[in-house]
Ligand binder design. Sequence first.
Ligand SMILES: C[S@@+](CC[C@H](N)C(=O)[O-])C[C@H]1O[C@@H](n2cnc3c(N)ncnc32)[C@H](O)[C@@H]1O
Length: 366
Amino acid sequence: MPSSEIEAKADFDHIRYAQLWEDADVLTDALGACAGGTLVSICSAGDNALAMLTLDPAKVVVVDLSPAQIACLKLRIAAYRTLSHPEFIELTGSRSCKRRLSLLSRALEETDAETRAFWNALAPDVDRYGIGGVGKFERYFRIFRTWLLPLVHSRRTIDDVFVSRDPHAREAFFDTRFNTFRWRLLLNVFFSRFVMGRMGRDKAFFDHVEGSPAQHVARRIRHAGVDTDPSQNPYLHWILKGTHGNALPMAWRAEHYDTIVSRLDRLDIRPGSLEAFVSTGEKADGFNLSDIFEYMSPEVFAQVYGSILSAAAPGARLVYWNMMVPRRVPEQNKERMKTLTDIETRLKTRDMAFFYSDFVVEQVRA
Ligand SMILES: C[S@@+](CC[C@H](N)C(=O)[O-])C[C@H]1O[C@@H](n2cnc3c(N)ncnc32)[C@H](O)[C@@H]1O
């Protein structure tokens, strides 16, 4: 097996995720008390590894196969060091702004030459969308928002989504104003197996989903619109409007800014696979595994899971999401692990990154 199965499959030259689409409030809650411990995080765009610093660990080891994703974290570190919080959320794209290029170049002065060259090449896109808007994933959302959404909903309806309401009023708004015939038609077309295949999405990805992919997405959008409060949902705001509203992802909120800045030195960035960390012999007290398992075949998943356990201290928690493919502790490791069902259930109800079908918190028995 190569050091990682997906390393062999995917091309990592560009940014796939320019911001984290996994809810860090849920993640940090699930990891529990970790003060003084060693944590391990998949990098992606870096925001959740940064949010994990609020747990006061001795260090957060950050791994990613993709140099482009590591460059996202390196730029963020420099931005936290050089910018004020209001400037930082202008650079990210959370707030509209006309001085992004000067903020970018100030932050880049604090980085290494490679990171600077990488981001300088993206400067026109950063100027338009912010550093959180320049990935492939965000581009899909932009196409959806620019070309498809206006065919279905007026600007006024979209703005109305983010008015704070009680759960009863949210349901009424959703059923009468948002979940219209045209909206359902759009979902059915956009998430048809035909269109997904055309857009390069592997159809097998949806094989485990109950009903059609469009039905799955419709259920998750109901969670975002009715079960949770859209006015508090930064992810939904970005998808529908291209910026953040009052609510921000955890690592980008003012209340955590100084804490994160003061702990940046605790990040230990290791470009490469999670499997490489596991083979160092170090032990960690908690793992943020993003949704990496669903990119692996069941056999590779079981093998990687076992090797993570060999690098996990007693009591360590493994936290991860599944979007479409079911992954939970493999049969052969069940005896060693405890599933923290109460924590999962509590956190699933408030997970604002609504597109995942499952959230898993498993703990190594002490
Ligand atoms: C699994 S993807 C999912 C992204 C995510 N849903 C988000 O919101 O950002 C996150 C990152 O995991 C990295 N990755 C996947 N498998 C990995 C592995 N075995 N070791 C290290 N990084 C891995 C990818 O390069 C990618 O940047």
